[in-house]
Design a protein around this ligand. Structure first.
Ligand code: ADE
Length: 419
């Protein structure tokens, strides 16, 4: 077995973490128990590029239980939990290539190491595995049955590949399942981003002005939780419908050029580049804190920010101080990378339970329906999405209603109108 991780001796610590997360992942556990019995993924080699966390470890265990061979690398240089990587290698025999703090060169070397396993299914979070495969390992494309994509940014990249006619195989957009984005993106990001900010700074949120850039599902979650903690929340948006929604949800909406002057804490969650850039850095108050919740570290223009600084120092883990020429100090969290994964532990296991159950079921679906699909970006089949919701409700002891036959017939009819 091949692997590259930080320290195998961390394995016991990692195993405890994995077990702790597993307690909050009943849906995935149920799928794992089924997989153990029927081994539906026998013969399948899965190449996965995901955040190497305790929750991901439970997904990997599930795929393995189904009979798959899994090779795993990180989907972000700062998100790896080294103890989890050690346990995956030592306790579960998984080939893991991931080190917290790895360089860009190491990051891509690890992606290639996973591709060396000749995967038949790819599991990606951000599409770096898929794009590397399409750019540099084209000879392997023919053997890939399909893939899954975990996050909004990855789905956007894959749709761009499809539009340009370069996507070579079918990919299921797990991100777009209702049991994924309505929960993971909103409640998962909402909680874990606040967690990351607090672990890095221990600031009091009550009474502070928090600027949330982007009012997609992640931005909504962050704004909601920040408001709940007593922050005064300002939203910035480019989409007029989302901006209107933010207004009617009770937030102040401003252009970044105005928000920049008054914010205490800024969080980007747009998926786009240079959302906070030089023109805004020049307006920030002394003490302003910048962080990012989007997949890539492009939303805060960190390179320019550093070039404007006359001095930089590390205050504590994941918190840097950059002093501007005029003496203002600006604080940057987690180098502008995903603050929830770099400064905290990512989304809680209970929400990853649903995301990763979708991943496991989507991988199985691809494996069982090989061959019949043109390259493209496909939704998670609705019945899988609903199955995840039902299992989650069941695990919570919550019962919902069912349509009576009369109600079902009524909904399928047009004849009855105003009485
Ligand atoms: N993405 C966000 N949170 C995560 C977690 N805990 N594990 C894996 N991927 C994640």
């Amino acid at each position: 077995m091949d692997f590259e991780i930080k320290d195998l001796s961390l394995k016991d610590e990692g195993l405890l973490q994995i077990e702790w997360a597993d307690r909050q992942m009943p849906v995935l556990r149920k799928i794992r128990e089924e997989f153990e019995k029927t081994k539906p993924l026998t013969g399948c080699v899965i190449g996965a590029c995901l955040h190497v966390t305790k929750e991901t470890a439970n997904l990997v265990r599930t795929l393995q239980a189904g009979g798959a061979t899994v090779a795993l690398c990180a989907s972000n240089p700062l998100s790896t939990q080294d103890e989890v990587a050690a346990a995956l290698v030592k306790e579960f025999g998984v080939s893991v290539f991931a080190l917290r703090g790895e360089s860009s060169e190491e990051y891509y070397r690890h992606i290639h190491a996973v591709l060396n396993f000749q995967p038949k299914i790819t599991l990606d979070d951000g599409a770096d595995l898929v794009t590397t495969l399409h750019r540099e390992r084209r000879d392997q494309l023919g053997q890939v049955v399909g893939g899954t994509e975990e996050t909004t940014t990855g789905v956007i990249r894959l749709r761009s590949m499809f539009r340009q006619g370069v996507l070579a195989y079918p990919i299921i957009a797990v991100n777009d399942a209702q049991t994924k984005y309505l929960f993971d993106n909103r409640y998962g990001t909402g909680q874990s981003v606040i967690d990351g900010i607090l672990r890095a700074t221990n600031l009091l949120l009550a009474g502070s002005v928090m600027v949330v850039a982007g009012y997609g599902w992640c931005g909504r979650g962050i704004a909601m939780r920040a408001k709940g903690a007593g922050a005064r929340v300002i939203v910035t948006e480019v989409d007029p419908v989302r901006a209107l929604e933010a207004v009617m949800d009770g937030y102040e909406v401003l252009p970044m050029s105005e928000a920049a002057r008054i914010g205490d804490i800024f969080v980007t969650a747009t998926g786009d580049t240079a959302v906070i850039r030089e023109e805004h850095f020049r307006l920030l108050k002394d003490g302003a804190i910048l962080c990012n919740a989007g997949h890539f570290d492009v939303e805060v223009d960190v390179k320019t920010l550093r070039s404007l600084a006359v001095s930089q120092r590390k205050i504590r883990p994941n918190l840097e101080e950059l002093t501007m020429e005029d003496g203002r100090r600006i604080f940057l969290l987690a180098e502008g990378r995903l603050v929830n994964l770099a400064a905290a532990e990512g989304h809680p296991a209970a929400v990853m339970d649903m995301s990763f159950s979708n991943q496991a079921l989507a991988a199985l679906y691809l494996w069982q329906h090989q061959g019949g699909w043109a390259p493209g970006v496909y939704p998670v089949p609705k019945d899988l999405d609903e199955r995840v919701a039902r299992l989650k409700l069941e695990s919570m002891g919550v019962h919902c209603d069912e349509l009576t036959p009369e109600q079902a017939a009524y909904l399928a009819s047009w004849e009855e109108g105003t009485a």
